[in-house]
Design a protein. Sequence first.
Length: 504
Amino acid sequence: MKLELRGITKRFGSLVANDHIDLTVESGEIHCLLGENGAGKSTLMNVLYGLYQADEGEILLDDEVQRFAGPGDAMNAGIGMVHQHFMLIPVFTVAENVMLGHEQTTFGGRLDLAAAREKVREISDRFGFHVDPDALVDDLPVGVQQRVEIIKALSRDARVLVFDEPTAVLTPQETDELMAIMRQLKQSGTAIVFITHKLREVREVADRITVVRLGKVVGEAAPTASNAELASLMVGRAVELTVHKDEPKLGDPALVVEHLTVIDHTGHLVVNDVSFEVRRGEILAVAGVQGNGQTELTEALLGLQPRVEGSVVLDGEQLTGASVRKILNAGVGFVPEDRKEDGLVGEFSVAENLMLDRADGPPFVKGGNLQRGFLEQFAEEKVAEFDVRTPGIDTKVGRLSGGNQQKVVLARELSRDLRLLVAAQPTRGVDVGSIEFIHKRIVETRDSGVPVVVVSTELDEVTALADRIMVMYRGRIVGIVPGNTSRDVLGLMMAGETAEGAAA
């Protein structure tokens, strides 16, 4: 089936998320839609899938104009979508999830689970998925859950499949398996739209590449295009993709964590007896698939988790049980993984966000009064130093792009007298150009002698920044290995293999 989008425009108030986008995907083709987060890729696919209605433009399948009032219409027309966050019911079996919303019944009006099981087996055998139709989804590894999503789409005769950032929750090995599945689907004649911002994956699997920036198509490229060429299209200028750093000048252990255990609000053990240390002048990167305890670990270091056991010592000072205020005042800088939720106040100005957590005394507040002149001078200096693209320091920070919001967080945290920097997902949702800048500042912090903990699900980022890599799986440390450890070994460790077993 041939898919064609003509002049698709979608507005949200004054924001033009899609601006007259044209896209053609042929049968048996993998067409990659490449662009940074916020470029308009997912909005375009949500229009295609009937979740949004376009303000202008039209959708054609085999040269016939379509009208989709909702996802049901799109599915009936042969369009399936594999979402970044799976749309599965954990307590249902694979067969029950596959039939959900398209239930077949027997003559007596009972659900025909036998037919659903047979459909799962037939598709699974055809593509070598090895999925048990009677398995509970909650018991399946993430990579297998994604196969269930694909089976769901194929069971409804999808001839156009949209993969929306499908590798965000996968290990490198699971990503390779997904690429093989996409090639199989292509050979069967399926038209595939592959949405991503990861250059490595694009070049590996795409037949054609369309690049979107700020809601517009800015160019097309062949898979033979270099990473530098693709990155330049994405951000509109030349980008340095390599992180340059010298050998670390290591000092004494500054952060010492021993037997750290965290129990979340539901009573689950999410960090299980974790011990490690970080030396002055070192970047320790924490790797792992999202959801394996990394978030709770960073929150425990900052005093944000209420049920913590074990010891966190920074420069000889015990921080376990201390308030967040005391930990910050002890010289801990924190870049949270969700800047909008935990790092910024969107309705506050850029200047006001640059003094968050420091409004309890000098130099910003004296005698209970805001030192506005000092704040304005400080904000102007940091906006210039960190290249924050903003109309002015009084602009509400929520109006800035994701990359510039992250620079505001980084500027605030790095402007303090630091003894430790904890950066969680420091470049999530950030354009390639801003990634280049953020990585440089993190390395500069390390080179100044400050210990740095970076938590990232992006393996390229981990290997680029790390002096050592700590891999977590289901709340435990699988191993701590050198920063130059291969992706294959790291991928196996992210799936639970020990460092020795992964290297064997």
